[in-house]
Design a protein. Structure first.
Length: 156
């Protein structure tokens, strides 16, 4: 059901961005942040290892008033929380999780229900329940060298 449901969801907005460096990805994160508001919202971040997911989150965090320098990959801790001026940013990495039961222990549902929460989930596509609950996705693809293509899709 998860895959069929995801395919049938209507997308309200689809934007495409291209960056040529990590600095470009940070700057683009500020533009993307506007598309993710108002909160509460949850987005899946899709991309291969090293695609730039955490770099994008740094740019989004900076745009929201959180410290860009504090943003690190949550690969081993699973969840990081950053406080912006009006938004709490939750950055999750589900790469190491394998079951819905493990997912439940993170409290993702509770995070996504917080009125001031923006939840960004790396590797969320591993779990149909996350994809179904998400308000959209950001897909990151290598475009050769340091170039990246970003596709921001928001559900209708």
């Amino acid at each position: 059901m998860g895959e069929a449901t995801r395919v049938s969801l209507e997308l309200r907005e689809k934007k495409r961005f291209k960056t040529r460096s990590a600095a470009g990805t940070l700057a683009m994160g500020e533009r993307v942040a506007e598309m993710l508001l108002p909160v509460p919202k949850m987005f899946v971040l899709r991309g291969d290892l090293g695609a730039g997911k955490t770099t994008l989150v740094k740019g989004i965090a900076a745009a929201l008033g959180a410290s860009e320098e504090e943003v690190t990959s949550p690969t081993f801790t699973l969840v990081h929380e950053y406080t912006g001026k009006k938004v709490r940013l939750f950055h999750l990495d589900l790469y190491r999780l394998e079951t819905e039961r493990e997912l439940l222990t993170l409290g993702l549902e509770e995070m996504s229900e917080e009125q001031d929460a923006l939840v960004l989930v790396e590797w969320g596509e591993k779990f149909p329940s996350v994809v179904e609950r998400a308000d959209g996705e950001i897909v990151i693809e290598h475009a050769g060298g340091d170039e990246r293509m970003f596709y921001v899709r928001v559900k209708a």
